[in-house]
Design a protein around this ligand. Structure first.
Ligand SMILES: [Zn+2]
Length: 146
């Protein structure tokens, strides 16, 4: 039976959104949970053409920054911050900064807040046509409180 559509473009309802709880599947933080701080979408802009040479590293191209996970320590020296005008230059304190690095979206899985299990996402449409995400285990809607 033929599919109704050909290779649907990026879905209108993102799999993972800011504020979601996710569990990390791979890497040094595998098994840990955290809250999505940021979703980074890399769209295929013409200027990104040369990035095709380094494919493979980042599956779908979308990645997420999870609060407190995939931390890399960045050692910095104190240095003056860029200030303008007559303000006294402020010093940026040195030390070790914890910087959350983006994780590829394929390396995290959404955790359903209802059944507390890592879940895949099903999509459903409400009567008013609005599309929502639904937990594939318990069927509860996974709306993000905005
Ligand atoms: Zn669930």
């Amino acid at each position: 039976m033929a599919r109704q559509y050909q290779h649907a473009p990026a879905t209108k309802v993102p799999e993972i959104r800011k504020g979601d709880t996710v569990v990390v599947l791979a890497g040094k933080d595998a098994g840990k949970r955290g809250t999505v701080e940021r979703v980074i979408r890399r769209t295929a802009a013409p200027s990104a053409a040369r990035s095709t040479y380094r494919r493979g590293a980042t599956g779908s191209g979308t990645s997420v920054v999870v609060d407190g996970l995939n931390i890399s320590k960045r050692h910095t020296k104190p240095r003056p911050m860029a200030t303008q005008g007559t303000q006294a230059p402020q010093m940026q304190p040195g030390g070790i900064l914890d910087v959350a690095q983006p994780l590829d979206i394929s390396k995290v899985m959404l955790v359903c807040p209802k059944c507390d299990r890592p879940t895949r996402i099903k999509h459903a449409a409400l009567e008013n046509g609005r599309r929502i995400r639904v937990c594939s285990h318990c069927g509860s809607p996974l709306e993000v409180k905005s």
